[in-house]
Ligand binder design. Structure first.
Ligand code: ARE
Length: 561
């Protein structure tokens, strides 16, 4: 037994209830110890742990570069779990408990050192937002998706639809344009949309808010937003908006007031200014990254908190939106997000909170702040393998597993998985236009645990390098696109809706330089195989869901060059 690798912590990602009478227990061990006999010894009434105990085998569920993670799901009658682990390495039996690893364990005299979940309080169980597990998201950069043909002041538009964007160019996309294409999205299989910011702002991306209570006039009116949300809902499509709360525009009236009145402004404490007056040249105030026109808000200030929560509630109550995606969410305080979560979930339960954090965000994902993140951790694995060829298929398996054990099952189900976005180069460009690689990446995205999100235009193979090139206009002339590619993406979306994806069972491993991702439930099993040297015809690449219904355990094979 490699003792140094053995790790467990109660009431953490290693020990969590999924309902009042069901808990998941994980135990980390060395990768080399994956074949050892591991048992959990427990009583669901910890007060009786001394008298009676039950034993259950634990199975290896995930393996990464260093560790194997054993897991067991326990059904409980009582809610007060006490447990230890019993490990047999063929020679010795070891007991692992709060005091470490020992060769003996005297149950009569357990010194209060068993691990425990003292009591499963229903309100502490992390809840899944119901619609997430059935959703395929579509991210829209509003300025570039579609321009509706209607009377509006278009004097601001300086690029023809189809011309390449610059950091400051305008092509004219708007909310009505999106509403018009909801039928198209429905047909594609999309049932949730995330829009980049739509509130009044100077830039084309609208991350520099001038007024949170106004829809940007380039994008439309309040009526247009209402119509968009209502039409979407009537088609069974959810709408998530972008909340930019880390900073506002330096031309926002609150900041202008501070520029004018310095410390005497009633908004002085809304920002983080080093001196009594703002010095724009010296940039003596905190900003987003190093961007002078985006002064950071002071989230410690109770008035700021109240203001931001009021905005969030306003769109929920007035427009019945289904979630917020939170910009630069990792720089705002836990205290703020807890308040935000409590207030919003009190209004609508089936409401999702998606944080933008490119790293391990577990600290925000304990159930009382965000539900989910934009899962760039996954994006990075795709990049390293499919785009850069920097890692092996074995590394892919390891890292895909590693990413799962960062969080509990409920969160994994809700994480927004993406391959590209308005902040990254586009998938098609990253894979150098190799269609099989492109489809392999997408197949992996759709098979992985979590909620897949495609960036507008992925389904037509839209290309683009980093910001701003990844924000090109959509091509609506379908004579100009690869219709086979489009149909294949559509098929992937259809497959994703199968029942087998509605649980957290997943098994990811490498064998003979092939990557296997298996999803399963009591009745079905679906395996995705990805490898460089599979000998299948293009026509075999994707099996339809009809085939799936008729067979058990079909392979859904993807090859790429
Ligand atoms: C503009 C230019 C860029 C230029 C940038 C900096 O277009 O070419 O590089 O200025 O001068 C919005 C606009 C951008 C704009 C930016 C500033 O959409 O076009 O860029 O404002 O004016 C980090 C943050 C993360 C952020 C990304 C981009 O942590 O929050 O960088 N993403 C959000 C939005 C953006 C938005 C903003 C924030 C600002 O999604 O669209 O930009 O509101 C590692 C780091 C991460 C880092 C990531 C990417 O993983 O750990 O922290 O994310 O790399 O760099």
């Amino acid at each position: 037994l490699h003792k140094l690798a053995v790790y467990h912590k109660s009431e953490s990602i290693y020990s969590f209830p999924i309902s009042e009478n069901e808990v998941v227990i994980r135990l980390r061990m060395a990768k080399e110890d994956k074949d050892l006999d591991v048992k959990i010894v427990y009583n669901d009434n910890r007060y009786k742990f001394y008298e009676t105990r039950y034993e259950k085998n634990m199975q290896v569920k995930y393996i990464d570069d260093l560790f194997s993670y054993f897991e067991v799901k326990l059904k409980l009658e009582d809610k007060r779990l006490g447990y230890i682990f019993k490990i047999n390495d063929g020679k010795n039996t070891y007991y692992y408990h709060e005091n470490g690893i020992t060769k003996d364990y005297d149950y009569n005299y357990a010194y209060y050192n068993f691990f425990q979940i003292p009591y499963i309080n229903k309100e502490d169980i992390v809840k899944e937002v119901k619609f997430m597990k059935n959703s395929v998201f579509y991210q829209i950069f509003v300025e570039r998706f579609n321009r509706a043909n209607y009377e509006k002041d278009d004097s601001y538009i300086d690029k023809k639809w189809g011309e390449l964007p610059t950091p400051t160019s305008f092509s004219g996309g708007d909310l009505k344009g999106i509403t018009k294409k909801l039928g198209y999205l429905k047909d594609l299989g999309i049932n949730a949309i995330y829009l980049t910011p739509i509130f009044k702002a100077n830039s084309n991306h609208k991350y520099d808010t001038l007024d949170y209570f106004e829809i940007d006039p380039h994008f439309g009116t309040k009526k247009d937003l209402k119509e968009l949300v209502d039409t979407a809902h009537s088609l069974g499509i959810k709408i998530v908006l972008d909340a930019v709360f880390n900073h506002i525009s330096s031309s926002h009236k609150f900041f202008l007031d501070v520029i004018e009145n310095g410390k005497n402004s009633k908004y002085y404490d809304w920002f983080l200014i080093k001196d009594d007056y703002v010095d724009l040249d010296k940039m003596n105030y905190e900003v987003f990254a190093d961007v002078a026109y985006m002064p950071k808000l002071n989230i410690k200030n109770e008035e700021v908190k109240k203001y931001l929560i009021e905005i969030s509630k306003h769109y929920l109550k007035e427009y019945d939106i289904d979630g917020w995606r939170l910009d630069v969410a990792d720089e705002l305080s836990h205290t703020f997000w807890q308040e935000f979560n409590r207030e919003l979930k009190a209004i609508k339960k089936d409401f999702v909170i998606i944080g933008e954090d490119w790293h391990d965000s577990q600290a925000f994902l304990r159930g009382n702040e965000w539900d989910s993140i934009m899962n760039y951790g996954l994006t990075k694995i795709f990049l390293d393998y499919f785009a850069m060829g920097k890692i092996s298929i074995k590394d892919v398996a390891n890292r895909l597993n590693s990413l799962i054990v960062r969080n509990i099952d409920q969160i994994n189900t809700m994480n927004l998985n993406l391959l590209d976005s308005h902040d990254t180069p586009r998938l098609m460009t990253l894979v150098k236009k190799e269609k099989n690689t492109f489809l392999s990446s997408l197949a992996m995205l759709f098979t992985y645990i979590g909620t897949p999100c495609i960036y507008y235009g992925t389904e037509i193979g839209l290309e683009g390098n980093g910001d701003p090139d990844c924000r090109r206009t959509f091509e609506w002339d379908f004579n100009k696109i690869d219709i086979n590619l489009h149909n294949t993406v559509k098929k992937l979306i259809e497959i994703r809706k199968l029942d087998v994806f509605k649980n957290t069972n997943i098994s990811i491993y490498e064998e003979d330089k092939k990557l296997y991702i298996k999803r399963y439930d009591d009745k079905n099993e679906l395996t995705l195989i990805i490898a460089k040297d599979l000998n299948y015809d293009e026509s075999d690449i994707i099996l339809s869901s009809k085939d799936y219904d008729n067979k058990k355990g079909i392979n859904f094979v993807i090859k790429y060059q």
